[in-house]
Ligand binder design. Structure first.
Ligand code: PMP
Length: 469
């Protein structure tokens, strides 16, 4: 059943008549896109001045809201001063300051930062850096990666190969990187056995990882790759306590690296600047993106730990990698200013407080809904998972496009809210989900409005869906 069409004309004057010539070929080619002309604070403003409340910061990107004058000025100043710099011979003050701030933010855990333009690029770089590390220390046979099912690490071929998002991978099989195997994600809601404690569950998953190392030969494994809180593939699923300590131990036992993908959950989104801080472990390589620049420029990056950096310094002393636009000065200026504001305004404490409020309100309003089976997340990164049948946790058929339809209904005048679709069932096992991830400076009043509006949206959607079945 399709309640509202996948490409609704949300209001004739909102819509761009034809998007055939735009670069957004990546969605449904016949989609009629909303034409956003401005964005201010929490609002996205369409051509006819209709306003939509951005409760997800786009794709969990916006962390300051929109229209921040300080960031805009920092970018403008940088573009006027030096818009571009070929990083083979040059660096800029903004790149150096950003990298220094990022490294310092890890309290000595990480040694160097590397700035690129997207999360996928960051993951490509992370995978290559891990590989190069083992070449430097004379273990060239370590070419295998272990990641997790129902994961997403980016859309380029390397990142897609490491990820476990079956829908996004399917068309492009066989992928370029072959030697990747996948173990179970840590998803307490669907993965825990009846009566199993968190500790037992974490132990069981670590054992599965250990067995995968054994199966492929531990001496061949380059890195284990995981997101501390699974974003796009599962909808804001944090691991149970002790899981990351246990998988870190497995990596250490076999000398493999741990790569944590914090592109979506990192840079404050989880309530601490780095999500791994809440797990009591430190990765060897970490990727960051989205909230790094808050959407003001395309910017992402990676942080490399001492073990990796020392090996490179002793070895070929250069990471054999590079993009024309890496370390882009305008992108660095935006990220530097965004991060200064996050620190100066103590926004992470607001992330934690408003996250608690948002989750408790959403639970009050939606937990007993027959199609809402799990509300989970951390900080200002919350996912709501929907099921057709709560008894057996059965997801809706993917042809129903439940999460997409809920999001599109949200965009209509009646609700005027932007929430983020999780992409529906990744593999037929998980349910549809939506993500709520507002700006870090969100007010109490706005959180109350988001929870109430999401509650109304979800209830109305399923009431209409039931009525038309
Ligand atoms: N890793 C994770 C965890 C992500 O969520 C994403 C994007 N959703 C990426 C990597 C890829 O980032 P980008 O879309 O900026 O290439």
């Amino acid at each position: 059943m399709v309640l509202i069409k996948l490409n609704p004309t949300v209001g004739a004057t909102d819509a761009v008549a034809s998007s055939k010539h735009s670069a957004v070929l990546h969605r449904h080619l016949d989609t009629t896109f909303l034409n956003m002309t401005r964005s201010e604070g929490n609002f996205l403003i369409l051509e006819n001045d209709r306003k939509i409340f951005d409760a997800s910061g786009g794709a969990a990107v916006g962390c300051l809201g929109w229209g921040d004058q300080r960031v805009a000025q920092a970018v403008t100043n940088q573009v006027l001063a030096a818009p571009y710099c070929a990083t083979i011979f040059y660096t800029t003050r903004v790149q150096e300051e950003l990298c220094r701030d990022l490294v310092q933010s890890t309290n000595g855990a990480m040694a160097r930062a590397y700035i690129v333009n997207s999360g996928s690029e960051a993951m490509e770089a992370a995978v290559k850096l891990a590989r190069q590390y083992f070449l430097e220390i004379d273990q060239p046979q370590r070419t295998r990666f272990i990641s997790r099912k129902q994961s997403y690490h980016g859309i380029t071929l390397g990142a897609l190969s490491v990820g476990g998002h079956e829908v996004r991978r399917a068309k492009f099989e066989p992928l370029l990187i072959k030697n990747v195997s996948r173990v179970s994600p840590c998803n307490a809601f669907r993965g825990k056995a009846p009566g199993e404690s968190d500790e037992e569950y974490a132990e069981r998953l670590a054992k599965e990882l250990d067995e995968e190392f054994q199966r492929v030969g531990p001496e061949n494994v380059c890195a284990f790759v995981a997101e501390p809180i699974v974003g796009a593939a599962l909808g804001c699923v944090p691991a149970v306590k002790g899981y990351f300590k246990a998988v870190r131990d497995v990596c250490d036992k076999y000398g493999a690296l741990l790569i944590l993908d914090e592109v979506m959950c990192g840079m404050g989104r989880s309530g601490t600047l780095h999500a791994w801080e809440q797990e009591g472990i430190v990765p060897d390589i970490q990727t960051i993106g989205k909230a790094l620049g808050g959407g003001y420029q395309p910017v992402a990056g990676l942080l490399a730990g001492h073990r990796v950096v020392n090996a490179l310094e002793k070895g070929s002393s250069v990471f054999v990698h590079g993009h024309t636009y890496q370390g882009h000065p305008a992108a660095c200026a935006a990220a530097l200013e965004v991060q200064r504001i996050v620190r100066e305004e103590n926004l992470l404490s607001n992330v934690r407080a408003m996250g608690d409020l948002l989750s408790s309100r959403m639970r009050e309003i939606l937990a007993s809904h027959p199609n809402v089976d799990d509300i989970r997340g951390r900080g200002l990164f919350w996912g709501i998972e929907f099921v057709a049948d709560k008894e057996n946790m059965a997801p809706f058929p993917s042809e129903d496009h439940v999460c997409m339809e809920i999001c599109q209904l949200g965009l209509t005048d009646k609700y005027g809210i932007n929430v983020y679709p999780g992409g529906g069932s990744v593999d037929g096992i998980t349910g549809d989900h939506i993500i709520i991830s507002p700006a870090f400076n969100i007010s109490r009043e706005d959180v109350e409005w988001i929870a109430a509006t999401v509650g109304r949206l979800v209830s109305d959607y399923f009431a209409a869906k039931a009525g038309t079945q």
